[in-house]
Write a protein that binds this ligand. Structure first.
Ligand SMILES: *Cc1c(COP(=O)(O)O)cnc(C)c1O
Length: 380
């Protein structure tokens, strides 16, 4: 490849659309602190996610921290290590103890069979992660949470816009966190949001992201600062308009990968859950480490200027900063997946020729004897 192919590429509106959207900021001179764009984006996201309560944040991580704060959690929070560091860091940075549950071998979300065994009298919440757009076993998690009186907060950073049997994932659990980081399916440059069930929480959640301020002369909480500014919100308004098209384009890319790679003996492709309408956030592939290591594939692609990521590796419970402080239960399934998984480039404007080329390189590495025919000038 002459031009590098990154694992992702940010979705951006037409330049003139963004300029049109931000023009009135030069008239209002109102750049942050719950401005007009912020208010409009909250409404539009509530409509898009078919959910009543939305709070925007400057990023997903601080939204997650705010949710833990707003629920006044204490003690232990059960989560999974197969995630981005943010999930567990948020728990620890709020003074809570992470307890690691293993993941399912088929969709990489929290295993529910052994979940009850991890609950102690100190447990206050479960923080499962929707992975690659696949959803957790929300019904079983809800049953357990009710039985033990626990809060459920989903890390839904990967799942913006996903529906299950037509139902929005935003309405599961007590709250869900989304990331609108530049690399996510929907972006506001940096950004994030919480959706939550109890409307009474709006007050405290908004205070958490604005120094605890609750009125002109009242500061009721020791809050931080995590407000989304008007330029971020404007980017969100533009990107939300084209999100359905972006997801449709991602789907085409995803399906091209499937056409190329499914049925190969040395590759496992995690399937999208049947009843789920995915947002096609990632294209993860597992390699059989007894034959070809995923690291070899990654290096091979890198030689051709194609960049992949090990999402998620290393596992959070294997990080030194966790092992030295917490009892990190072994999670053998997560460990096995983390050692073999590679996420391939996927974004709306990735060309199908590029997908074919990436797949040919992978196949050539797996079956070196087979002759792979190059496509036009895609090969260097
Ligand atoms: C991106 C991501 C986050 C953090 O979101 P930011 O908006 O970057 O702060 C948290 N959890 C998961 C699973 C993510 O992928």
């Amino acid at each position: 490849m002459n031009n590098p192919i990154q694992v992702t590429q940010s979705s951006m509106p037409a330049f003139t659309d963004y300029i049109d959207e931000i023009k009135d900021l030069w008239e209002s001179k109102w750049l942050t602190n719950q401005g007009a764009k912020h208010a409009q984006l909250e409404l539009e996201i509530a409509e898009f996610l078919k959910t009543p309560n939305v709070a925007l944040f400057t990023n997903g991580h601080l939204a997650l921290e705010a949710s833990l704060e707003a629920f006044g959690l204490t003690g232990e929070v059960i989560t999974t290590p197969f995630t981005f560091a943010s999930t567990t860091h948020a728990i620890v940075r709020k003074g809570l103890t992470p307890i690691f549950a293993d993941i399912n071998p088929h969709d990489y979300t929290m295993q529910t069979e052994n979940l009850e065994r991890l609950i102690t009298e100190k447990t206050s919440a479960i923080l499962p992660v929707h992975v690659y757009g696949n959803l957790c076993d929300v019904k079983e998690i809800e049953r357990i949470a009710i039985k033990y009186n626990l809060k459920v907060i989903y890390d839904a950073a990967h799942a913006f816009g996903v529906t299950v049997n037509g139902e929005s994932m935003a309405n599961f659990g007590d709250a869900s966190m989304y990331s609108f980081h530049a690399t996510k399916v929907f972006n506001t440059i940096e950004g994030g949001a919480l959706t939550f069930k109890d409307s009474n929480l709006k007050h405290v959640i908004n205070a958490c992201k604005n120094f605890g301020i609750t009125g002109p002369e009242t500061i009721d909480y020791i809050g931080g600062n995590a407000k989304m500014n008007e330029f971020q919100a404007a980017m969100g308004l533009c990107n939300l308009r084209t999100l359905h098209q972006e997801i449709a384009k991602r789907k085409t890319v995803y399906e091209r990968y499937l056409e190329n790679l499914s049925g190969m003996a040395d590759i496992t492709i995690p399937t999208i859950q049947k009843e789920v309408a995915s947002n096609y956030a990632y294209f993860p592939v597992l390699f059989d480490s007894t034959k070809t290591s995923r690291d070899d594939i990654q290096h091979e692609l890198m030689k051709h200027n194609i960049y992949t990521r090990k999402y998620f590796y290393p596992l959070i419970n294997e990080l030194e900063c966790y092992q030295s402080k917490f009892t990190t239960n072994p999670t053998p399934v997560a460990q096995q997946i983390a050692q073999n998984v590679l996420t391939l480039p996927l974004y709306a404007d990735l060309s199908l020729d590029a997908v074919d080329c990436i797949c040919s390189l992978i196949k050539a590495k797996l079956n070196p004897k087979k002759i792979i025919v190059s496509k036009g000038d895609i090969f260097i």
